[in-house]
Design a protein around this ligand. Structure first.
Ligand SMILES: Nc1nc2c(ncn2[C@@H]2O[C@H](COP(=O)(O)OP(=O)(O)OP(=O)(O)O)[C@@H](O)[C@H]2O)c(=O)[nH]1
Ligand SMILES: [Mg+2]
Length: 439
């Protein structure tokens, strides 16, 4: 799809004051419009960078700039692009952009440059999403993961998977008239192995999404338990800072207290809550309620107690049983219970590890290093996993080959959607609306 659109322009650099700010212009008239503002034609990149004085329509001096052009299709968007590098500063750049718009460009929509790049086949949707993720990365680890995807690792893995699925489909369709002749379609034959492997691969990608999510948004961990069991002390010890009040008086914590830390590149918000007990104090009861509500939304809950847990204490998958004050002795180990001490630091490393394990569902990333980073990718991978699984099962059960072929075709369709092929304009609108203007 070639977008024969108009010419768009935007400030491409961040909002905070910087030494340099860039106005990006893209479209058929990009070079001509930039030339109108800076008084000379920007030379193509690789030849020369032009130094010039930018002026508005009335000839008023705006700024000293450097400018160059990238000619279609050898640019980010695949169109003619001109970049004007000016001094930074929001007001300064806004004046320059106004001059570019007055010269005939239209103000770009959020993500419109990247959308044009996508439309011109410069990157697929997984790379466009990775690009947004790189920009939004909040930690070094997030940058590494997102850069990997931006380099096209998921796109490449999807290509290979589509290739394999297409081969299986050809095999199935080729045998629809003569199924009995084909050993590869026997219940445990080659096609079954392939379909099962494809299903498992997609399922691993789905599992990797929670890691990506933890990386992007961070996780919250709530400490709950009775009064005086050492929740606030544990929070301080985990965070390595004295943040929450600690005292031997039961009911010390009334409001909830939050601390943000970074473990292993994952942003973790620790939430200390008011100790649970029945109370006639209105304020304390309200605090307990607040804590309860906050804990209900947390990815991980630390159930803290300074007494031994009953051997059959049932917990859900997001809860860790933490036996506190282990330095005082007397604790009896039971499976799944972690013994810690805020005083000596015992068990804290293990606790951090377990928290991260829960938040990332145990998976680090797909074994091919691929990690899904958007809900859109996750849902398409989930769909493909289901269809591949149905096809494999159908083969084992001897279902009609026409139905299996349909399953595989739908799986391939889901993979194509992941890459951004065969998707509706509405899906694209949603993806690119999350970008900032100028990207
Ligand atoms: N020996 C020992 N004492 C601890 C430890 N952790 C906490 N304590 C003591 O236990 C008492 C209660 O600690 P807090 O951290 O305030 O307990 P809490 O659960 O936040 O209490 P509330 O906010 O009242 O619900 C204090 O006297 C702490 O010094 C520990 O690991 N070892
Ligand atoms: Mg407390």
């Amino acid at each position: 799809m070639i977008l024969l659109g108009d010419t768009i322009a935007a400030i491409a650099t961040g909002a905070s004051p910087g030494g340099v700010g860039v106005i990006r212009v893209s479209g058929p008239r990009a070079v001509e419009i930039a030339a109108g503002v800076i008084g000379v034609e920007p030379a193509s990149l690789g030849r020369e960078v032009r130094y010039a004085i930018a002026r508005d329509a009335a000839g008023q001096r705006l700024d000293e700039v450097l400018a160059f052009a990238m000619r279609a299709p050898r640019s980010f968007t695949g169109e003619d692009v001109a970049e004007i590098h000016a001094h930074g500063g929001g007001a300064n750049l806004a004046q320059l952009l106004a001059a570019v718009l007055a010269a005939g460009a239209r103000a770009a929509e959020p993500g419109e440059f990247t959308r044009r790049a996508f439309g011109n086949g410069k990157l697929d949707l997984t790379r466009a999403e990775a690009l947004l993720a790189v920009i939004e990365s909040g930690s070094a680890r997030a940058v590494r993961v997102n850069q990997e995807l931006l380099s096209g690792s998921l796109a490449k893995a999807l290509d290979q998977m589509e290739q394999r699925a297409t081969e299986v489909m050809a095999e199935i369709e080729g045998s629809i008239d003569f199924p009995e002749d084909d050993l590869t379609l026997a219940p445990a034959g080659w096609a079954f192995q392939e379909l099962s492997a494809l299903r498992d691969q997609c399922a691993r990608w789905v599992a990797s999404f929670s890691v990506g999510k933890a990386l992007r948004q961070g996780i919250t961990v709530a400490l709950v338990g009775s009064v005086n069991v050492g929740k606030s002390s544990l929070l301080n010890a985990l965070a390595g800072q004295h943040r929450a009040l600690v005292s031997s008086q039961p009911g010390t914590t009334r409001d909830y207290v939050e601390i943000r830390v970074e473990w292993n590149g994952v942003a973790v918000t620790l939430i200390d809550t008011a100790g649970l007990r029945s109370s006639n104090d209105e304020i304390e009861s309200a605090g307990i309620e607040l804590g309860r509500a906050r804990a209900a939304q947390a990815e991980v809950v630390l159930q803290v107690s300074d007494q031994d847990f009953a051997a059959d204490s049932a917990v859900d998958s997001r809860t860790i049983l933490v036996r506190s004050k282990a330095d005082l002795g007397g604790g009896v180990s039971s499976t799944g219970v972690l013994h810690t001490s805020a005083t000596t630091g015992q068990g804290l490393d293990e606790l951090r590890t377990r928290i991260l394990q829960i938040a990332t569902a145990g998976a680090v990333d797909g074994d091919d290093g691929v990690m899904l980073i958007t809900e859109r990718q996750r849902s398409r991978a989930q769909d493909a996993a289901l269809r591949f699984g149905d096809a494999a099962q159908g083969l084992a059960d001897g279902r009609p080959l026409e139905m299996l072929a349909l399953d595989v075709r739908q799986a391939v369709h889901a993979l194509a959607e992941m890459r951004g092929r065969e998707v509706t304009e509405r899906v694209l609108d949603e993806v690119f609306a999350r970008f900032c203007i100028g990207k």
